[in-house]
Ligand binder design. Structure first.
Ligand code: CTP
Length: 393
């Protein structure tokens, strides 16, 4: 779900080599409808051109404290934004802000801002692990700033280790999450299953279904943005994985059940959106040869949701029901049969589509219908139903 549209996002760039990546993040934020502004430290100018930033943001690239007589530029800039992104955040700037030093425009803006500030540190691994830097990062976090840990990998200096600026997609997703207006899933652990399971007919062929995993991905992203930790267990999907979740790949329904039995123990909420195969074929060894007619034997699989019933105590279970007729009736039946708290009934047209038609039903009788609705909006409504139910139990 896009929380960036119409918001004012300030990119504060400090003098690290990863600064060259920030114009890409600015471009992506603009594509999502964000209004951007760039401000830089004097040494950042060596790594990224102010002209590039001015062209992208369609604004001045702010660097000097004193360019407008009689104007308190740092106060204006701090006031006129919804969020500040410090990326890359160098050892030096982290240290200055943690110590209360405001000796350039960027640090002065941050010191006078009362909006969320996200730090994306990026530096050599030994600088990152330096005890003074680690102490400074702790100070920033303790004072309400968000620090996104750098990633591990090859660094610009040729060394390997923690210190890399995350990819643009991760930066944009963290900005989006920070702008989410609700944080009511904070402290919750949510397990979400996605996509179709895969069963093997022989050593060459598989049987699966048309589920894309899109609904589950949207739910994962919305719930993550609202503050939850998310474990995303996925089979056969055709959408990108959600950012920021613990993603676990499985193949068969049996694999999914095994992983779920482990993950469910520490979870507060289960959202079972996967299209689990109802039948598993008797697998033929090797490759089935072409003949006039072939009869294959299928056995019914275990119902995973029912199997997970014994772990339910105190947890919220959300199931899905895909129906071609009597949608509401069949969905309510599944909610009762599988001891669910919420069921999301969908029509077949919802499968492998960007939009969905159906109904969200909670065990206390609340109903919310949706028709040709975008899946991120449905995901938001599912989150709303979970929170409403959570408050009532
Ligand atoms: N489900 C499950 N284990 C299975 C099959 C389904 O846990 N072996 C879960 C799905 O993830 C979904 C819910 O049960 O949350 C309903 O799935 P659905 O395919 O709509 O219905 P089924 O229970 O399989 O029944 P039917 O196919 O007869 O409609």
């Amino acid at each position: 779900m896009n929380f960036i549209t119409g918001r004012h996002i300030t990119f504060a760039i400090t003098g690290g080599i990863a600064a060259y990546k920030i114009p890409y993040a600015i471009r992506d934020v603009i594509k999502m409808g964000g209004q951007t502004r760039a401000l830089i430290t004097p040494s950042a100018e060596k790594f990224v051109s102010p002209l590039v930033l001015e062209t992208l943001t369609n604004d001045r690239c702010y660097k000097d404290m004193f360019f407008e007589n009689g104007r308190t530029v740092h106060i204006d800039l701090a006031r006129d934004t919804d969020i500040i992104i410090i990326a890359p955040a160098t050892f030096n700037t982290i240290g200055k802000i943690a110590s209360g030093i405001a000796d350039n425009l960027l640090t002065a803006v941050v010191s006078s801002a009362d909006v969320p500030v996200l730090f994306f540190p990026s530096m050599n691994v030994r600088m990152w692990l330096n005890a003074i830097n680690q102490r400074n990062v702790k100070i920033l976090k303790k004072n309400g700033y968000t620090v996104i840990s750098p990633e591990s990998g090859e660094l610009a200096c040729g060394e390997e280790g923690v210190g890399r600026l995350p990819e643009t997609g991760v930066i944009v997703s963290e900005i989006n999450n920070a702008l989410c207006p609700k944080k009511d899933f904070k402290g919750k652990r949510v397990v979400i299953t996605a996509g179709g399971t895969i069963e093997q007919l022989d050593d060459v062929r598989i049987i699966t279904n048309l589920s894309s995993g899109r609904m589950a991905k949207e739910v994962a992203e919305v719930i993550k943005a609202r503050g939850s930790e998310v474990t995303f267990i996925y089979g056969n999907i055709s959408v990108p994985l959600p950012f920021g979740a613990k993603n676990v790949r499985v193949k068969t329904g049996e694999d999914m059940e095994k992983v779920l039995k482990k993950e469910i123990k520490s979870a507060d909420i289960l959202i079972m959106a996967a299209a689990v195969s109802d039948y598993v074929p008797e697998k033929v060894k090797g490759k089935i040869k072409r003949k006039d007619k072939k009869v294959l034997t299928f056995h019914p699989t275990k119902d995973i949701l029912r199997e997970l019933g014994k772990y339910k105590k105190g947890k919220i279970y959300v199931g899905f029901a895909l129906e071609d007729k009597n949608l509401e009736l069949e969905a309510v039946k599944k909610m009762r049969d599988k001891s669910l708290d919420i069921v999301v009934g969908n029509t077949i047209s919802t499968l492998n589509s960007n939009t969905g038609t159906g109904i969200i039903i909670t065990k206390d009788g609340e109903k919310h219908k949706f028709k040709h609705q975008k899946k991120d909006i449905i995901a938001w409504e599912i989150a709303e139903s979970i929170i409403a139910l959570h408050k009532s139990i």
